[in-house]
Design a protein around this ligand. Sequence first.
Ligand code: FES
Length: 453
Amino acid sequence: MANRRLAPASEQPESFAFSPENAEWAKTQIAKYPEGRQASAVISLLWRAQEQNGGWLPRAAIEAVAAELGMPNIRVLEVATFYTMFALEPVGRFWIQVCGTVPCDSCGARGLKEMLQARLGPPGHVSADGTFSWLEVECLGACCNAPMVQINQDYYEDLTPESLGQLMDDLAAGRPVKVGSQTGRVSSEPQGAVNTLTDPTLFDGSRVGAWRKRFEEAGKVETPAAQTGEAASGTQQAAENPKPARPDVGRPIERPASDAPAQRAANGETPVKAEDRADAAERGRSTAKHGSARPGDADVLDSPAKRVAEGEPAAGDQGHQDVPARDAVPQQPEASGASAGEVAAEAEEARIAGALAALPKDASPERKADAVGKRPPGLDAARVGKPDDLTRITGVGPGNSQRLNGLGIYHFDQIAAWSRDEITWVGTYLAFPGRIDRENWVGQAKALSAPAQ
Ligand code: FES
């Protein structure tokens, strides 16, 4: 790590003042910030002071900037000593900052430092002819092309001790040098050969054009010639401005509890949002009805899930609650792409949504929970007056811990023993269906209640 001390007193100038031109420039920088926020200009002013002083910041310049901005000296000193872009000691005509952070270190930065030490002496030391000085600094953000150095304001990357030595020779002699990678890499492309994303059609627009053409042709085949009006404009819009695929398709994502159908039903809202009805109806056909019904059967279409999806009461006209049995094996949709677990979870979600939708909007949490699951047995009080700290279960905060205590749940082993119906009951009672499973409360409780080995 770089030594961040001010230069010795013998090297410090007596005073520092901005040149008239720089003083004027400083005023414009300070004027960019609202009254009382002039300190925000500290880095720009320090940088300009460093440039004016030949590439390093003496104490007097730091104090002059502090006075200009109405800041305590120590605050400006903190900034100047934190950022290695500010040199605190005199530097050579070419100031070499060598990155010594892990990626550069693993790729050979130590060799660069050894070479500089041998050629120039210790860090901070200016070479006898005043041409070079060097310093080790932390990551300069060019890790992909490690190891690298910054010389004055340019980056030189993919270095070896030899190529850095050659670079220094060229700089000292005034010969032109190449900034960036010294091995010919362009930007941060792979070492050696570029062997991915090499197909030019990815970049010339032809691939996107072909896809769009196919899309438009498919639209023509599927759409009768007489199609007009809104539908035609929809097809046109889809071709020109296709919507992205649903982001959660095929991926296990955590749906916010407040957006789940059962949650919406628990809140007295329509369980399935209008825009989701088509999807829900499709799922209802596949999963909500048990037995031998196939997707598309008419009686399947009369399921509670389907009625819920269409915004109707799940129980139908006669108040009959046609809710599938909890132990019903959901039918696997054909070629849906969903796993058996996802299908079962969706069927369970539809079952709960249907059951909750059949209740009055102001039903109590207990009544809602009773409609979908089974209340777990509770205790009158914690055993020996010592409840477990349920907040050790990830997902159980102090509030939920209290509510669980209110149900007579005080100990990890009680939660560890919850059945599927009891999990559903508690999840509905606490108004966050599915979360107990997602956070694996039961598994956590089992681990916490297991006797220490
Ligand atoms: S580690 Fe050296 S530039 Fe990032």
